[in-house]
Design a protein around this ligand. Structure first.
Ligand code: PGA
Length: 242
């Protein structure tokens, strides 16, 4: 595990963007595992700037997103498909055919999860997976559980996640209760993982994930065993991890 200690959120964003940019320069058709939420927004902004400056090119890049809410169409303003379109895809030259996000409206979410898992395998796996971490230690939407769930699957969101995510919705009642998420093995099989963490409210999760026992009750703790984990965190998030 490598840890980049950055001063603040801007530093985290820049570092994450540089690592993704380096991946694209080395392998233009890389499979990028992408994430949503507040944390990656700044990194996507920096990537757009690098694209506009002619430093990086997304024309051959392929992407798979970590997760999507069940019950929201890709056109819903709160869907992760919309988030990705607004924050990255509409601003760079990704080929729409190379963009993959689980279909939250699939009639059979289990079948959709299996299709998505097979798709990732068919693409040759993920070169670089970007992750944030939930306050409860979730990665993707893999919530604390009795065992690590392997592959892409439908997941019930915990109250803590619904509470944390309601800031993006008009009210807590509107937050979907389920999502399709890559599983722990899907994520763990990525050749390289970036875990981006910012803010004092994430300090406990960071410390428990990187120092605590490896347990499915703290899903991110499995990342301690990954052979190429890059943690990019700011001083605020690192306050308990000294
Ligand atoms: P955040 O979410 O980046 O919005 O804090 C991270 C997560 O829940 O995985």
């Amino acid at each position: 595990m490598r840890i980049y200690r950055e001063k603040d959120y801007d530093g985290v964003s820049r570092r994450v963007a540089y690592i993704i940019a380096a991946q694209l320069l080395l392998k233009p058709d890389a499979v990028l595992g992408l994430a949503t939420g507040s944390t990656p927004v700044g990194a996507y902004e920096r990537l757009v700037e690098m694209y506009q400056a002619g430093i990086i090119d997304f024309s051959k890049a392929r992407s798979v997103n970590l997760d999507e809410y069940i019950g929201l169409s890709g056109h819903d303003p709160q869907s992760y498909a919309t988030f990705m379109h607004e924050n990255l895809f509409s601003k760079v030259n990704m080929d729409p055919a190379n963009i993959n996000i689980p279909n939250g409206m699939a009639a059979d979410p289990k079948a959709e999860a299996s299709r998505y898992e097979a798709l990732i395998q068919d693409m040759g796996g993920i070169d670089l997976q970007l992750l944030g971490i939930g306050l409860n230690g979730h990665i993707g939407f893999n919530e604390p559980a009795d065992r690590f769930l392997d592959h892409t699957h439908p997941e019930h969101l915990t109250e803590s996640t619904i509470e944390a995510n309601k800031r993006f919705f008009a009210s807590g009642d509107e937050v979907p209760k389920m999502a399709i998420t890559m599983g722990i093995r899907t994520i763990f099989d990525a050749r390289r993982i970036i875990l981006a963490i910012s803010g004092t409210n994430k300090a406990e999760a960071l410390n428990a994930a990187l120092r605590g026992p490896i347990s499915p009750q703290m899903p991110a703790s499995i990342l301690q065993l990954h052979h190429d984990l890059i943690v990019v965190a700011d001083e605020a998030a690192l306050t308990l991890y000294l």
